[in-house]
Design a protein around this ligand. Structure first.
Ligand code: SAH
Length: 498
C-alpha cells in the first residue's frame, strides 16, 4: 500500500510528492497545537552537528532544519525555540539543492538510521571534513596543520557487520497508513526504534546497512514467528515472547545470529531456532538469551549456543579476532582496517618502541601495531574485552603485548608507569565523551614523544587537544568516514612533543 502510494506520486513529481507529505505533516502538527513559527523561503546553508541542516531565521537566529539539505530553499515550521536557535521541519520546498540525491532506502525519512541518504556522498564527505575542521579550530582553539582530505568508505551501503533489531507488537504506522482507509490488524514489527519513541518499532522490509543474508534472515524470522503464532514484545506492558534479534556478518564468511526471548518456552524456542538453522545453513553461530529483565541489554545475561559455535572470526591483515556475542568490534570492518593503517602510520613505529594503547577494547589496535613495536600495553575498562584481547593475542602468536583492566583515570597512574615504563608512543581511542581530565593530565606528565589520538567525536577531541596544547603540537589530522549516510565521522590526530 505504502509502496504504491509512493511510486504513484513520485512519478508525477518529487517536489509535488514531498510537498504533499510536508503539508500532511503541517496539518498533523496543527491539530496537535504545536505550531510555533513559520519562516518562508529560508536558504539552507550548512549541515551541522548531529546531521541537522542549518539556515538563518529573519531574526538572525540559527534554525536547525530536520529534513533539508544545504542548498534547498524551504519553508520551515519551528518545533523548538531557544535563545540562540530554533529547531524545525521543512514543510515545503521551493527549490531543491543540487547536492540532493535519491535515497535508496524505502524506509528513509521514517527510520532514524541513515539521515544523510538524500545527500550525495561527496557532499556528505565535505560536511564531515568541515565539522572536524570547525571543531578543532573553534572549540579546541588549537593551531592545526591543513586537515588531510577525509578518507571515504569504498562501500556507501551494506558496510555494517552488526545489526540489532527489536520485536514489537506496536508497529509504527506511517502518516499515509493512518490517513488511509486501510484497517491494519497485524501490528507486529521487527526492526528499529523510531527516533525518540522507545516503544514504537519501524517494521523493516529491506535495510541497506548490512549485506546478505541479513535482510533474508530478519524477514524469515518474522514470518516464521508469525506462522508459529509467537507473541512479539510489548515494552509498555512488559509482555511477549520475542524481544530482539542480533545479526553479525564477518569478513571470514561466518554469520552469527542471536535471538533474545523474554521468558523460556522450550518448545517454541526450539521450533523457531531449528527452522532458522534449516533455512540458513550459512549461519555458523546460532545463539539465544532468555532475558527476563526490564531492558534489552545482554551484557549481564547468559548466552546459550543452540547450533554451531559460540563465536565467529574476523580477519584483518592475517590477524584473526575471535568475537563472541558480547564482544566489541568496529562495525565497518573494511574502514576499520583503513583507520588502523593510518593510526600505525602516524605512530611511525620502527620496531624499538614501547607503545601504550589506551581504551584498547578487545586489543585490536594493540595487536595490529605489535609487529612494528618492541612492546605494546593495552588498557581497557571491560574485563571480558581484556580476556578476549589476551585470547586473541595468543591465537595470533603475538607475545609482545600485555593487557590490563580498569577505569583509565584510576589504572593509568604513576605506579602503572613505573611498573611498565614510560611509553615512546601513546595511542588513545576513547569513547564519545573523550578522555577524563585526569587521563589528559597524566599524558602531559609522562610526556611521550608522540600521541596518536583516534576519536569518534571531534568535539570532545578538540577539548582534549586544548588541554594538551601547552606540551603537544598537532602535526597531522586525518578524518575517516566509517559510517556513510550518517553524520558520524572518525578523526585521527598526531600530536608531537613541543
Ligand atoms: N580501540 C578499540 C575500542 C575503542 S572503543 C577498537 O578500535 O576496537 C572505546 C573503548 O573504551 C571501549 O572498549 C570502552 O569499553 C572503553 N572505555 C570506556 N570508558 C573507559 C574508561 N573509563 N576506562 C577504560 N576504558 C574505557
Amino acid at each position: 500500500m505504502k509502496g504504491s502510494f509512493f511510486i504513484h506520486f513520485y512519478k508525477i513529481s518529487p517536489i509535488f510528492y514531498l510537498n504533499m507529505f510536508c503539508y500532511s505533516y503541517f496539518c498533523a502538527m496543527s491539530r496537535k497545537k504545536k505550531i510555533r513559527k513559520v519562516f518562508e523561503d529560508l536558504t539552507v546553508t550548512d549541515a551541522g552537528a548531529k546531521g541537522k541542516a542549518i539556515a538563518k531565521a529573519p531574526d538572525g537566529r540559527i534554525v536547525f532544519v530536520k529534513n533539508a539539505v544545504p542548498g534547498d530553499i524551504v519553508t520551515v515550521q519551528t518545533t523548538k525555540q531557544r535563545k540562540a536557535y530554533y529547531e524545525g521541519t521543512a514543510i515545503s520546498f521551493s527549490k531543491y539543492s543540487k547536492k540532493r540525491t535519491e535515497p535508496r532506502c524505502e524506509h528513509f525519512g521514517t527510520c532514524g538510521g541513515c539521515k544523510w541518504q538524500h545527500m550525495g556522498y561527496e557532499h556528505q564527505l565535505y560536511f564531515k571534513q568541515k565539522e572536524v575542521e570547525n571543531n578543532l579550530i573553534r572549540l579546541g582553539k588549537v593551531e592545526i596543520p591543513p586537515v588531510l582530505p577525509i578518507l571515504g568508505s569504498a562501500e556507501h551501503y551494506f558496510y555494517r557487520n552488526k545489526m540489532e533489531f527489536s520485536f514489537s507488537d506496536s508497529k509504527w504506522l506511517t502518516l499515509e497508513q493512518i490517513q488511509s482507509e486501510e484497517v491494519i490488524e497485524n501490528r507486529n514489527a521487527l526492526g528499529f526504534h523510531i527516533p525518540g519513541m522507545w516503544d514504537k518499532i519501524l517494521d523493516l522490509n529491506k535495510c541497506h546497512l548490512q549485506r546478505d543474508p541479513s535482510n533474508a534472515i530478519r524477514n524469515f524470522v518474522k514470518a516464521k514467528a508469525e506462522e508459529l503464532e509467537l507473541s512479539f514484545f510489548n515494552s509498555r506492558k512488559q509482555e511477549g515472547f520475542l524481544r530482539t534479534l542480533m545479526i553479525r556478518t564477518s569478513s571470514t564468511g561466518d554469520v552469527m545470529v542471536l535471538l533474545q526471548f523474554f521468558h523460556e518456552d522450550a518448545t517454541n524456542r526450539k521450533l523457531l531456532l531449528d527452522a532458522i538453522t534449516a533455512q540458513f545453513p550459512e549461519i555458523t553461530s546460532l545463539l539465544y538469551v532468555v532475558n527476563t529483565k526490564g531492558n534489552d541489554t545482554i551484557y549481564d545475561q547468559e548466552v546459550i549456543c543452540h547450533a554451531g559455535k559460540d563465536h565467529i572470526f574476523e580477519e584483518m591483515e592475517g590477524l584473526r579476532f575471535k568475537i563472541n556475542a558480547k564482544s566489541f568490534y568496529q562495525t565497518n570492518s573494511e574502514q576499520a582496517y583503513e583507520l588502523y593503517k593510518i593510526t600505525r602510520e602516524f605512530a611511525g613505529l620502527t620496531g624499538n618502541e614501547l607503545v601504550y594503547d589506551l581504551y584498547t577494547g578487545t586489543g585490536t589496535i594493540a595487536q595490529f601495531v605489535a609487529k612494528k613495536a618492541r612492546k605494546v600495553i593495552g588498557v581497557e575498562a571491560i574485563p571480558e574485552a581484556i580476556e578476549a584481547a589476551k585470547e586473541n593475542a595468543q591465537l595470533n602468536n603475538i607475545t609482545n603485548v600485555e593487557f590490563y583492566v580498569g577505569d583509565m583515570k584510576k589504572v593509568f597512574n604513576e605506579d602503572f608507569i613505573q611498573q611498565h615504563g614510560i611509553p615512546d608512543i601513546v595511542i588513545t581511542d576513547p569513547p564519545r565523551d573523550g578522555m577524563h581530565a585526569a587521563v589528559v593530565q597524566q599524558l602531559v606528565a609522562i610526556s611521550a614523544q608522540k600521541i596518536v589520538y583516534v576519536s569518534c567525536n571531534s568535539a570532545t577531541q578538540a577539548r582534549d587537544l586544548a588541554l594538551l596544547d601547552s606540551h603537544y603540537k598537532v602535526t597531522k589530522v586525518q578524518p575517516v568516514d566509517m559510517f556513510p549516510q550518517t553524520h558520524h565521522v572518525e578523526n585521527v590526530v598526531l600530536l608531537e612533543k613541543r
